[in-house]
Design a protein around this ligand. Structure first.
Ligand SMILES: Cc1cc2nc3c(=O)[nH]c(=O)nc-3n(C[C@H](O)[C@H](O)[C@H](O)COP(=O)(O)O)c2cc1C
Length: 94
């Protein structure tokens, strides 16, 4: 049963939980030398894909992960500086 506090958080937890699980899958793939790409694009064909691979209620497709042994080693793409995407709060209230 969900608490009153958790009910205040809008929407289903499904996308959050699925996103967390997907990130762990990507990290593990990397650790094992696999290449992977998280894709939302294939959901445009979610009905056909559900039919093809047998996804049935209550399950539904939120995305897809392409996974395989890489045959190339592309250079890492640039990343924004950490201070541009994160704010650190120190101390907190007492
Ligand atoms: C929720 C989500 C959906 C995505 N959907 C697609 C997609 O449909 N097609 C695609 O090529 N990349 C998609 N991406 C991007 C790739 O998964 C990946 O994050 C991106 O290619 C990272 O490239 P980089 O490591 O070179 O920055 C998606 C990423 C996220 C987080």
């Amino acid at each position: 049963m969900r608490s009153a506090a958790s009910r205040k958080i809008s929407g289903s937890g499904l996308p959050r939980g699925t996103s967390a699980a997907t990130m762990l899958l990507l990290l593990q793939a990397r650790a094992e030398g696999l290449g992977a790409c998280w894709m939302a694009g294939p959901t445009v064909a979610r009905r056909d894909i559900a039919e093809l691979i047998g996804i049935r209620e209550p399950w539904r497709m939120l995305g897809a992960v392409a996974l395989g042994w890489p045959d190339e080693a592309p250079n890492a793409t640039p990343r924004r500086a950490l201070e541009k995407i994160a704010t650190w709060f120190e101390g907190g209230s007492k």
